[in-house]
Ligand binder design. Structure first.
Ligand code: SPD
Length: 290
C-alpha cells in the first residue's frame, strides 16, 4: 500500500461535470507531442503504467485486459473462420496481442495514425506492445480513414476500430462515410467491431454511432457489447458490432470458447461473459430503442 506522503501528484481525466483521477509517482516516463496529440506515460500507484493521450487515459497495465480481450475474442470466437483482419488505431498493440492468439488468422493489417503512440508503448508498455513485431502484422503508420476509403471491396473478414475518443484525429472514426467504406471493404460474411464509448458518460456519441451503424448495416445487424473498465470515464464501456452474412454473434460454440479461454489463460473473457456482455440494461435499450 502507498500513502499520500509518497507523491501528491494526480492525473485527472475530466470533462465539465465529472472526472477520474489516479495518483502517480510524479515522474512522466514519456512525454512527446506529435503532429496529432500529446502522448505521455506515467506510473500510477493503483493501475501500473498508464498511456495518456492529451488529457485522457488510453490504457493502464492493470485493467487493459478488459478492453483488449473484449474487442477481440467475442467476434473471433463467434466466427472462427476469420483470416484477414484490419485494425484501425490500436497503436498500443493490445488488440494485436489478443488477435495473434487465434492461429487461423493469416494477416493483420493495422493502420495507426501516430507513430508516437507505438513508440511510447514499445518503450514503456512491453506487455501490451509485445506483438507489434509479429510476422503476421503489417503495421502501417498512416491515416486509417484514408486507408479505408481507398481499400479494395470485400477484403477483410474482420475490421476493428480501436480508436480514441471522438476528438482530434479520431473524430472521423465516428462518421457515416467511414462506416460505409468499412462495410464495403468487409467480405459479405464478416464483422465490424468498433470502440463505442460509454453509454452513461457519452450518451450522444453512443446513440449517434448506433443509429449510424444501423443505417448502414441494418437495424437487426448491430449489437452492443458492454463491459466494465475502471479507468475509463464512468467505468462502463462499450463496443458496437455490425454483423454481415448471418453470423450468430451471441451464441458461440461453448466447447470452442472454453478450450480457448483455458489455453490462453484469459483474465476477463469467458463463455458466460460472452453471452452476458450482449445483455443491455433497460436505460441502454431505451437509448437505442430496442
Ligand atoms: N477514453 C478512453 C477511450 C479509449 C479507447 N481506446 C483505447 C485504446 C486501447 N487500445
Amino acid at each position: 500500500m502507498t500513502n499520500l506522503a509518497q507523491s501528491p501528484v494526480w492525473f485527472t481525466d475530466r470533462d465539465e461535470d465529472q472526472a477520474l483521477s489516479l495518483r502517480y509517482t510524479g515522474d512522466i516516463l514519456f512525454d512527446e507531442t506529435s503532429d496529432f496529440q500529446r502522448v505521455r506515460v506515467i506510473d500510477t500507484y493503483r493501475y501500473g503504467k498508464a498511456l495518456l493521450i492529451d488529457e485522457m487515459f488510453m490504457c493502464t497495465e492493470q485493467d487493459e485486459f478488459h478492453y483488449h480481450e473484449m474487442i477481440v475474442h467475442p467476434g473471433m470466437l463467434a466466427y472462427p473462420d476469420i483470416k484477414h483482419v484490419l485494425v484501425i488505431g490500436g497503436g498500443d498493440g493490445g488488440t494485436v496481442r489478443e488477435l495473434i492468439k487465434h492461429p487461423q488468422i493469416e494477416t493483420i493489417t493495422m493502420v495507426e495514425i501516430d507513430q508516437t503512440v507505438v513508440e511510447a508503448s514499445r518503450q514503456h508498455l512491453p506487455h501490451i506492445a509485445q506483438a507489434l513485431n509479429h510476422p503476421k502484422l503489417n503495421l502501417i503508420i498512416g491515416d486509417g480513414i484514408t486507408y479505408v476509403a481507398q481499400g479494395e471491396d470485400q477484403t477483410y473478414d474482420l475490421v476493428i476500430i480501436d480508436g480514441s475518443d471522438p476528438v482530434g484525429p479520431s473524430k472521423g472514426l465516428f462518421s457515416a462515410e467511414f462506416y460505409g467504406h468499412c462495410d464495403r471493404i468487409l467480405k459479405p460474411k464478416g464483422l465490424l467491431i468498433t470502440q463505442a464509448e460509454s453509454p452513461s458518460f457519452h450518451r450522444e456519441t453512443f446513440v449517434e454511432l448506433n443509429q449510424c451503424l444501423k443505417g448502414i448495416f441494418g437495424p437487426s445487424q448491430v449489437k452492443i457489447l458492454l463491459f466494465p473498465i475502471p479507468t475509463y470515464p464512468s467505468g462502463l464501456w462499450s463496443f458496437q458490432v455490425a454483423v454481415k452474412g448471418g453470423i450468430d454473434l451471441v451464441n458461440p460454440d461453448r466447447a470452442i470458447v472454453e478450450t480457448f479461454t483455458a489455453k490462453e489463460k484469459l483474465q476477463y473473457y469467458n463463455y458466460e461473459i460472452h453471452q452476458a456482455a450482449f445483455a443491455l440494461p433497460n436505460y441502454v435499450k431505451t437509448m437505442v430503442k430496442e
